[in-house]
Write a protein that binds this ligand. Structure first.
Ligand SMILES: *Cc1c(COP(=O)(O)O)cnc(C)c1O
Length: 415
């Protein structure tokens, strides 16, 4: 894709778009929620469907002119069903957060009770943080990870569930490096007669490829984002059994949204189609192998990983044991200067603040898309360690930056 037309009509925006393309090309994207979608997905997202209004669902629209919107949305739904094996799929949520909002609206009344993982332990804002609508509309209680092991404290969850008697238990997380035992959480939900919403936003791709246990057919509702490990068009989706289909569909539209973003739904259809190719399974396996290699090397350098390692696409480093005077933000900023982009993150038992926490979260989905294997990820771990160990040393930053340049030249992004 070129920005030639925008350059003619609006050179200011064109320059920013070109600069963003160069930034992605020349840096290592290690934000665990990010990926690089294919040029086909980007083409779909910038298509004429951005002009279309398709309020309603395929075959039942409120406006005319929807025959191709119908065809594309149905394709996205059918491909999603094939990828995840769900009975019913809604591909309209504009984002993962709105997918969760749709499910809450479908099954809860204001004031009802949600039990979810503490945000500083890896949960998500839309699971009930006070700054999010979920925290303001519903009554929230939180469970935690075990402070010793870093794994979800399933027994603690049982106890809290018995006391709190939630209407919904939310599983699925944003900064959790281990496999989630969805069946275990389902048993807890059954015991207290609560719904189970499994939010697989981060691991949609891993679940589709069979690299992570699937909650589909286990939990009552599965929500997700479509642009993280699954690498499709930007947005969210909801999966559930037929018995909840009508409630979910009317909670999304007209409950929380107007017209669907059909151009993004086209991007979802294209990305889901790509993910049905067997090569996607290899991609997902490699993403996990890369995170393990990265984590292994960081541990060899003496860094402390929450839970001691990873089963998925991310590692969470607790800087306190090895570098007690260094904060996550300092490291994030120094690494960005060196061309490695990741985020500071809270760690279980956080002793600083969410704005300047004690950890960093490192993900491999985007590097794996660029073709990185375990060897190259080990090398990236070495670079990360050098900066963690000397975040204010300009010679180190310059040296790491030069090596990042070599890597981004070797593993090209878009031609
Ligand atoms: C990323 C994420 C979401 C939200 O997705 P958005 O598209 O950013 O709204 C929801 N839940 C979890 C667990 C996430 O990690």
């Amino acid at each position: 894709m070129t920005y030639d037309t925008i350059r003619e009509t609006d050179s200011t925006v064109a320059e920013f778009l070109e600069a963003e393309r160069a930034r992605q090309d020349e840096t290592l994207a290690m934000i665990a929620s990010e990926n690089h979608v294919s040029e086909s997905v980007m083409e779909a997202q910038s298509s004429e469907l951005t002009n279309n209004y398709a309020e309603g669902y395929p075959g039942e629209r409120y406006y005319g002119g929807c025959e191709y919107a119908d065809a594309i949305e149905q394709l996205a739904i059918d491909r999603a069903k094939e990828l995840w094996g769900a009975d019913h799929v809604n591909v309209q949520p504009h984002s993962g957060s709105q997918a969760n909002m749709g499910v809450y609206l479908a099954i809860l009344e204001p004031g009802d009770k949600i039990l979810s993982l503490d945000l500083t332990h890896g949960g998500h804002l839309s699971h009930g943080h006070p700054a999010n609508f979920a925290g303001q509309v519903y009554d929230i209680e939180q469970y935690e990870v075990d402070s010793e092991t870093g794994y979800v404290d399933y027994e603690g969850l049982d106890e809290t569930a018995k006391k709190f008697e939630p209407d919904v238990i939310v599983s699925g997380y944003s900064a959790y490096p281990r496999e989630v035992n969805f069946e275990r959480i389902q048993a807890t939900a059954d015991a207290v007669d609560a719904y189970h919403v499994a939010d697989i936003a981060h691991i949609t791709g891993l679940v589709a490829a069979g690299v992570h246990e699937s909650p589909v057919g286990v939990a009552d509702f599965v929500t997700g984002s479509t642009h993280k490990t699954i690498r499709a068009g930007r947005g969210g989706l909801i999966m559930c059994g037929e018995e909840h289909a009508d409630d979910v569909d009317s909670a999304v539209f007209p409950g929380t949204q107007g017209g669907p973003a059909m151009h993004n739904i086209a991007g979802k259809a294209v990305g889901f189609g790509e993910a049905l190719d067997p090569s996607f399974d290899e991609y997902a396996e490699q993403t996990v192998a890369n995170a393990k290699a990265l984590g292994h090397r960081l541990r060899e350098h003496g860094l402390d990983l929450v839970s001691g390692g990873t089963d998925n696409h991310l590692v969470l480093v607790d800087l306190r044991p090895s570098h007690p005077n260094t904060t996550g933000k300092e490291v994030e900023s120094a690494l960005e200067d060196a061309g490695i982009v990741l985020n500071a993150n809270t760690v279980p038992g956080e002793t600083r603040s969410p704005f300047n926490p004690s950890g960093i979260r490192i993900g491999t989905p985007a590097l794996t898309t660029r073709g990185f294997g375990e060897g190259a990820c080990g090398e990236v771990a070495d670079l990360i360690y050098e900066v963690v160990d000397a975040p204010h040393d300009e010679a180190v930053i310059a040296d790491v930056s030069a090596r990042v340049d070599e890597l981004t030249d070797e593993y090209t992004l878009y031609d």
